[in-house]
Every structure is written in structure tokens, then in C-alpha cells.
Design a protein around this ligand. Structure first.
Ligand code: PMM
Length: 297
């Protein structure tokens, strides 16, 4: 995929893959469950991620781990709004990770400049029209159903073609509901109704997303397929979530080399450095994905 300028309103045009840091204001996320569930700690975390080089900070109040229960709307609002207000007031570019139109709207009022909906507008029929009204960019992620039934929905014949096709149709649906197509960001939804081999197949083919002509967000951070890759050779136990950050940074650089617009990560520093290395090489004309000619022939 070509790296190019997308002119997303309210979002700078970085000359490299951007880094979105994650603040989950939740007691139960698979990857960092409970660590930032207090709003004061969540704000400090967001400021730290920005200091580490995050270009955006994604604030969410509802866990989407497989099997997670939905959180009531009032509780979601109570979790995310003070954090979004404080981070935005401190000059951090904030996105809100929510499947609820009401939360998206309140978050934009509180300063969020992007709406990241893991359901791409499918969980709440009001989402697309609310996003259209706010005018902020919108992430349409590949999604087949709520977390409770995600694993049973993970069936594909050609995962790359099917996921891109389904996201393309959802893009058409949100545009029909009034969202300006030039504001949509797409995301393969790694780990959402995907088996481990589906995640790898999607990561190997990020180039194919060029057909949609939209910026691509890739969120592999600490996900299960990385834990399984790095499983303990003795016991076979997956590597714990918080020990997957080096692998996450490796995915970041490979996604950047395939033209991803942004990567979404829990620990920012290593990935922020890695995408800068990729950009420096690319600016010198290097093609990290291409094989180099053999010497001495
Ligand atoms: N994954 C999670 C949450 N939000 N948003 C987008 N756009 N893409 C994702 O793959 C995604 C997401 C899963 O939970 P986490 O917050 O612990 O990574």
C-alpha cells in the first residue's frame, strides 16, 4: 500500500506510520485489565503515553475481550468522559473507543477528535449518523458480532478477501448513513472473530487493503496470536499479555512498511521508535519488504 496524505479533518498528516496509545479505563481488559480503571490514573497513563511518543491516545471504557459482558451506558460515560476531558485539555489528541452513539457524541463534546468503533457502526444503528453530524474521522473495524459469540463466528474460506469485502460493504453502509467517505479509517480487527492463522494471514496481506483507498489502522498489541507464537516451549503456556510488547513493536514496523496509517499499542515507546526507523529507511529509498540482491554471485 502506498503511504500518502489522507487529509483527515482535525488530524495531522504524519510523514510516517502514526502511533495510537491505548488507555483502557476498564477493570477487565485482557491486556492491561484494571491497571488504569481509576480516572486519575488513566489520565496520568495517557499523558505518559503522549510523552513516550503517542500521536493519539485511544480512551475506552468497555472491554471487548472474548466473552466480555457489555457495560451499562452510564458506567461507560462515567469512565471515559473525565479522562477525555483532561487529556484533551492537556493538548493530547484523543480518540474514543466505543460502540455506543451516545458515548461517541458525548466524547466528541468532551474533546475527542476521532471515533473508534470496533463494530464499525454495526452495534448501534445510530452511530453512523451521529458520527456524520460530529464530522470527526471514524474507524470502521471488521466485526462479525459481540464478544460473547466472537469465536463461533471465526470461519473463512479466504480470510483476506472476505474481511476486506465485509469492511468495504460496511464502509458503503456508513457512507449511506451520511458519513463523508474521506473521513473513514479501516481496520482488519485482528483477534475479533479471527483464529490465530487468520490474524497471521491478514498481517501478511496488509498491502491488499489499498483497494479500499482508505487509511489503515492495525491493532495487534498484546493479542492472543502473539502470546501463542511466543508460548513457553516447556509448558506450551501462552506468553503473558504484558510480555508481548517486543513482538508488538515488530508488528508495528512491518505494518508501517506495508503502508499502515497507524498502529494501536499499549506500550508506546518501542513502537514509536520502531516506526521512526522504518520511516528513516523508507525516506532513503530502502524497501524493507524486498529481498536484497545476493553478493558475489
Ligand atoms: N482491539 C481492541 C480494542 N479496540 N480498536 C480497533 N480499532 N482495533 C482493534 O483491533 C481493537 C480496538 C481489543 O482490546 P485492547 O484495547 O486491549 O487492545
Amino acid at each position: 500500500m502506498e503511504r500518502r496524505s489522507y487529509g483527515l479533518p482535525g488530524i495531522p498528516d504524519w510523514d510516517r506510520c502514526a502511533v495510537m496509545g491505548i488507555v483502557n479505563v476498564t477493570p477487565d481488559s485482557f491486556s492491561d485489565g484494571g491497571r488504569w480503571s481509576d480516572p486519575g490514573r488513566a489520565v496520568d497513563r495517557g499523558l505518559m503515553l503522549a510523552a513516550h511518543g503517542a500521536d493519539l491516545v485511544d480512551v475506552g471504557g468497555e472491554s471487548t475481550r472474548p466473552g466480555a459482558e457489555r457495560v451499562p451506558e452510564e458506567e461507560e460515560l462515567r469512565r471515559v468522559l473525565p479522562v477525555i476531558r483532561a487529556l484533551s485539555a492537556a493538548g493530547v489528541l484523543v480518540s474514543v473507543d466505543t460502540m455506543r452513539a451516545s458515548v461517541a457524541e458525548a466524547a466528541v463534546d468532551a474533546g475527542a477528535r476521532l471515533v473508534n468503533d470496533v463494530s464499525g457502526g454495526r452495534a448501534d444503528p445510530a452511530m453512523a449518523s451521529v458520527v456524520a453530524r460530529t464530522g470527526v474521522p471514524f474507524v470502521v473495524m471488521h466485526w462479525r458480532g459481540q464478544s460473547g459469540r466472537m469465536d463461533e463466528l471465526a470461519h473463512y474460506d479466504d480470510v483476506v478477501a472476505e474481511v476486506i469485502g465485509e469492511v468495504g460493504r460496511q464502509l458503503d453502509a456508513v457512507v449511506a448513513a451520511g458519513v463523508d467517505p474521506s473521513r473513514v479509517i479501516v481496520d482488519p480487527g485482528l483477534g475479533f472473530a479471527k483464529r490465530r492463522e487468520d490474524d497471521w494471514a491478514l498481517l501478511a496481506a496488509l498491502d491488499a487493503w489499498g483497494v479500499l483507498g482508505r487509511p489503515l489502522l492495525v491493532a495487534a498489541s498484546r493479542k492472543r496470536f502473539l502470546g501463542e507464537l511466543l508460548a513457553d516451549p516447556g509448558t506450551g503456556a501462552p506468553r503473558p499479555a504484558r510480555e508481548r510488547d517486543a513482538a508488538t513493536a515488530a508488528v508495528g514496523v512491518l505494518a508501517a512498511a506495508q503502508g499502515a496509517w497507524a498502529v494501536r499499542v499499549h506500550e508506546v515507546q518501542a513502537t514509536a521508535d520502531a516506526v521512526r526507523v522504518e520511516a528513516a529507511l523508507r525516506r532513503r529509498g530502502a524497501q524493507p519488504a524486498a529481498a536484497s540482491p545476493r553478493r558475489g554471485g
